[in-house]
Design a protein around this ligand. Structure first.
Ligand SMILES: Nc1ncnc2c1ncn2[C@@H]1O[C@H](COP(=O)(O)OP(=O)(O)OP(=O)(O)O)[C@@H](O)[C@H]1O
Ligand SMILES: O=C(O)C1=C[C@@H](O)[C@@H](O)[C@H](O)C1
Length: 189
């Protein structure tokens, strides 16, 4: 597999709670890649939590910082990058995401509700009715997530290791040779 993707980075996109961080860490380990999480990088550079940024500066300011971080991290090869759930919203972000392979982790909303119910830290999910909020977000984003190179539909009982196996099985079917050679050229510079 590492011969096939030759350092090409992998961006995981999808709704909050789909497992981008959990699956991304396992995938990075199996590929011998570094792992980044754009939300974590944002908190590190701003020295603020995502919630604080949303409350104090607002969502647009958060999206600006998110694009800036993505622009920087997309220059890295041999990396798995877990992205924030809304990274697909800005058209400009797609020019950064296209530096690598974009994989959409797609989990049914009822499973996301169970996973996110106990987590009150996500600023876009502060409403009492979590399921309708997630469904509305998903409706407005589904078309964007489906622009990914690879769509991974995840069932409730699948472990992160099983999801990674599914991803690694499917990458050879979609890899574009020119993308992999592009990434090798960056490394040589
Ligand atoms: N395959 C899985 N099976 C069961 N639970 C999972 C699985 N993947 C992730 N989880 C759990 O779901 C929750 C959300 O996972 P994670 O933080 O990896 O999602 P995320 O997509 O990175 O979310 P966000 O974009 O909001 O940061 C965590 O509690 C995690 O342990
Ligand atoms: O889905 C979203 O828009 C978000 C998801 C989180 O990962 C964070 O990036 C932030 O809470 C916004």
């Amino acid at each position: 597999m590492t011969d096939l993707i030759r350092g090409l980075s992998i961006f995981l996109v999808g709704m909050m709670g789909t497992g981008k961080t959990t699956v991304g860490q396992v995938l990075a380990k199996q590929l011998g890649y570094r792992f980044f999480d754009t939300d974590v990088l944002i908190e590190r550079v701003t020295q603020q939590s995502i919630s604080e940024i949303f409350t104090i500066q607002g969502e647009e300011a958060f999206r600006d910082i998110e694009s800036q971080i993505l622009m920087e991290v997309c220059a890295c090869t041999k990396s798995v990058i877990a992205t924030g759930g809304g990274i697909v919203l800005r058209p400009k972000n797609w020019s950064y995401l296209r530096h690598g392979l974009v994989i959409w982790l797609d989990v049914p909303t009822n499973v996301l509700v169970q996973r996110l119910l106990l987590d009150t830290t996500r600023p876009l999910l502060q409403e009492t009715e979590l399921k309708p909020k997630l469904e509305t977000l998903m409706d407005s984003r589904k078309r964007l997530y489906s622009e990914a190179d690879l769509h991974i539909s995840i069932e409730n009982a699948q472990t992160p290791e099983e999801i990674v196996a599914q991803i690694l099985d499917r990458i050879p079917l979609i890899i574009l040779p020119e993308k992999a050679s592009y990434s090798v050229k960056i490394e040589e510079n």
